[in-house]
Design a protein around this ligand. Structure first.
Ligand code: URQ
Ligand code: ZN
Ligand code: ZN
Length: 581
C-alpha cells in the first residue's frame, strides 16, 4: 500500500470490550432466521448457536425481543465532498457517527477527482480525510471524471495496490464530471480487464443542460426547475444506454441511485438481454419522500430536497419498495450528501447552482423498515439483503461483512421492531440542520449497534469513537460481478454465483490478499430457516393492497418473539426471501 496514510488507533481502543455475548435474540440473515446466541471476541463473531460455552467475565446483552442482524452497509455516501462551490456538512466523523446511530456499520464513500487530477492523488487525499475520523469501517469507490492513458494506468494501480474494485462514471454534470459514450466504453473495458465493477450515474447530461438553459430563459429559476429539467425519460434513456454500453463491452454494471419507475422499467428490460450481472441501487430518499417538496414555497425546504436524479411523483416510493422487494432493484443506499442552508442558497436565483444532495445515512435502515417491512412488502431477510448483504457481495466484502456467522466481523444491529420515534433534525446526528424525512413516524430502530465487537450504540446511548473504523481494501473479481469461477479456492465444488456461498472470500489486510477464516463447517453451524415475517406471516404479493400508509405495524405481530417461538418456514406461501446471488 505505497503512500497509504498510516492509521493510528489508541491501543486501549484496539480491542476494547473484547468479549461479548448477545443472548436470546433472533439472528436474521438474508437467507433465514433462527433463535441463537452470538459470542464475539476481539471484534470477530466466534460462535453462533445455543448453549454456548463462554469464558467468565464476558459482557452479556439480553436481546430478548430483538432481531440480531448484520450491521447495515451503505455503499453510497459523500462525506467531506466539495462540489458546486460548497463542501458537504457531514464529514467522516459526523457522517459515520450518524451511520452508526442508525444501524449502519460500513460505508463506502466516493473519491471524486477534479478533471485532470491524478486519481491516486485524489484517493490519498480521501484516505487522509477519512482514516482518523471514521467511527466504523469504510471502503472507497473512485470516480473516473476524465479520460486519458494515464487514467487507465492509475485505475490499474488503484486496483492492484490500493484496494479499489469499483469506479463511478457520470453521464450527467456536463462540463464537470460527465464522460461521453466513447469514454464510457473505454472505462468499462478497463474495468473488465481489471475485474472491477463499473458504477454509473445515469442521466442524460446534454438534455439536462439544454432544458436548463430553456427553463432559466423562461424565468423558471426556483428549485422546481431542477426536477423539470430532468424528468423520468432523461433518467431512463441513460439507464438504457448505460446497459447497452455495458453489454457491448461485456461488462457487469451497477447503476447508482435509481430514482424512477421509468428507470426501473429500463433496468427490467435490460436484464432480459444483459450478458453480465446488472445491479440496481436506490436510495432511502426515494422511498421515504417524494418530489412534491420541490413546489414548497420556502426555498430552504425545496432546495434541501434537490438531488440528482430528482425525487419523483407521489406514487414512486411504493413502486420502488416493490422493485426492491421483487429484485428489480437489489440495494438501498443513502447517497448522503448534506449541505448547510447557506450552501443551498448558492442556487437562490438559479436552480442549477443548488448543490445537489440530501441526508439519509442515519435514517436509511429505519425508513426502509417502516416503508417495506412494516407494510408487508418485504420480510426481515430481504431487509438484510438489500440493506447489507447485497452490497457486501457486490463490493466483495461478503461474508466478512453482511452476515451474522462465525468468522465474520462483529458488526451487528440489534433491531427493536417495536421502538417508535419520529424522525427529526432536532434529534438526528448529522451536522446539517435539515432532515428530508422530518416528521416521519417509524416503528423499528436499533437498540444496540456493535462495530467490530465494540458496543457503539448501547441501549440507545450513542458511544462512538472517532477513528475507530478501518479502511477496507476491496479486492477485484467479486464473484457477484465476475462469477464463481473467480473464487480463489477450487471452483469445482463451488456453488453457482447465485447461491449464497459459505466459502471464504479473499480479503486484503494491508494490501495483501488473505483468506477469511470462515470454514464451510463453521458456516453450517448456522442452521438456516426460510424467511418470511418474524411470525411467518405471508408477505404481500405483487399488486396486493399497499399498506404503506395504513396503521398496520409488524410490531404488533411480534408478540411471539418474547416467547422464543422460532420461525422455521421453508419457502413460505408468500415466496421465500430472494437471496439474489
Ligand atoms: O451525483 C451524486 O451522486 C452526488 C455527487 C451528488 N448527490 C446527488 O445529487 N445525487
Ligand atoms: Zn450520482
Ligand atoms: Zn452520490
Amino acid at each position: 500500500m505505497a503512500n497509504a496514510p498510516v492509521k493510528k488507533v489508541p491501543i486501549h481502543l484496539q480491542s476494547s470490550q473484547n468479549r461479548l455475548l448477545i443472548k436470546n435474540g433472533r439472528v436474521v440473515n438474508e437467507d433465514g432466521m433462527e433463535d441463537a446466541d452470538v459470542y464475539i471476541e476481539d471484534g470477530i463473531i466466534k460462535q453462533v448457536g445455543r448453549n454456548l460455552i463462554i469464558p467468565g467475565g464476558t459482557r452479556t446483552i439480553d436481546a430478548t425481543g430483538l432481531l440480531v442482524m448484520p450491521g447495515g452497509i451503505d455503499p453510497h455516501t459523500h462525506f467531506e465532498l466539495e462540489m458546486m462551490g460548497a463542501k458537504t456538512a457531514d464529514d467522516f466523523y459526523k457522517g459515520t457517527r450518524a451511520a452508526v446511530a442508525g444501524g449502519t456499520t460500513t460505508i463506502i464513500d466516493f473519491v471524486l477527482p477534479e478533471k485532470g487530477q491524478s486519481l491516486v492523488e485524489a484517493y490519498n487525499h480521501w484516505r487522509q480525510k477519512a482514516d482518523n475520523k471514521v467511527c466504523c469501517d469504510y471502503a472507497l469507490h473512485v470516480g473516473v471524471t476524465w479520460w486519458s492513458p494515464s487514467v487507465k494506468k492509475e485505475m490499474q494501480q488503484l486496483v492492484e495496490e490500493h484496494g479499489i474494485n469499483s469506479f463511478k462514471m457520470f453521464m450527467a454534470y456536463k462540463d464537470a464530471w460527465m464522460l461521453n459514450d466513447y469514454e464510457l466504453c473505454q472505462v468499462m473495458e478497463t474495468c473488465v480487464e481489471l475485474k472491477a465493477l463499473p458504477l454509473i450515474h445515469a442521466e442524460n447530461g446534454s438534455i439536462i443542460a439544454r432544458n436548463t438553459e430553456k427553463l432559466l430563459a423562461a424565468g423558471v429559476t426556483g428549485p422546481e426547475g431542477h426536477a423539470l429539467s430532468r424528468d423520468e425519460e432523461v433518467e431512463a434513456e441513460a439507464v438504457n444506454r448505460a446497459c447497452v454500453i455495458a453489454n457491448q463491452m461485456n461488462s457487469p454494471l451497477y447503476i447508482v441511485h435509481v430514482m424512477s419507475k421509468s428507470a426501473v422499467q429500463a433496468l427490467r428490460l435490460a436484464r432480459t438481454r444483459q450478458k453480465q450481472p446488472l445491479f440496481g441501487e436506490t436510495l432511502a430518499a426515494t422511498i421515504g419522500t417524494d418530489g412534491s417538496h420541490y413546489g414548497n414555497a420556502c426555498f430552504r425546504h425545496a432546495a434541501a430536497h434537490v438531488l440528482s436524479p430528482p425525487l419523483r411523483a407521489r406514487d414512486t416510493p411504493a413502486a420502488i419498495v416493490d422493485a426492491l422487494a421483487h429484485d428489480d432493484l437489489q440495494i438501498i443506499a443513502s447517497d448522503n450528501c448534506t449541505f448547510h442552508e447557506k450552501d443551498k442558497e448558492l442556487g437562490k436565483d438559479n436552480f442549477s447552482k443548488i448543490p445537489n444532495g440530501v441526508n439519509g445515512v442515519e435514517d436509511r435502515m429505519a425508513i426502509l423498515w417502516q416503508k417495506a417491512v412494516n407494510t408487508g412488502a418485504m420480510d426481515p431477510c430481504r431487509f438484510v439483503a438489500v440493506s447489507s448483504a447485497a452490497a457486501a457481495r457486490a463490493f466483495h466484502l461478503w461474508p466478512r461483512k453482511g452476515r451474522v456467522a462465525e468468522g465474520a466481523d462483529a458488526d451487528l444491529a440489534l433491531w427493536d421492531p417495536r421502538r417508535e420515534r419520529t424522525v427529526s433534525a432536532h434529534a438526528h446526528h448529522h451536522a446539517v440542520d435539515f432532515n428530508i424525512f422530518e416528521g416521519t413516524h417509524v416503528i423499528g430502530s436499533p437498540q444496540y449497534v456493535i462495530v467490530n465487537g465494540r458496543v457503539c450504540l448501547d441501549d440507545g446511548e450513542l458511544r462512538v469513537v472517532e477513528g475507530f473504523g478501518k479502511f477496507l481494501p476491496t479486492p477485484p473479481a467479486a464473484p457477484a460481478a465476475y462469477g464463481a469461477r473467480e473464487r480463489t479456492s477450487d471452483a469445482s465444488d463451488a456453488p453457482p454465483a447465485d447461491t449464497p456461498s459459505p466459502r471464504a472470500s479473499p480479503v486484503y489486510t494491508n494490501g495483501t490478499p488473505t483468506e477469511l477464516s470462515i470454514s464451510n463447517k463453521q458456516m453450517e453451524g448456522l442452521s438456516v430457516s426460510g424467511c418470511s415475517t418474524p411470525t411467518g406471516r405471508k408477505m404481500r404479493e405483487p399488486g396486493q393492497r399497499d399498506l404503506q400508509n395504513s396503521t398496520f405495524s409488524i410490531s404488533q405481530e411480534l408478540e411471539g418473539l418474547d416467547t422464543k417461538t422460532s420461525v422455521r418456514v421453508r419457502n413460505p406461501p408468500g415466496g421465500k426471501s430472494s437471496g439474489l446471488w
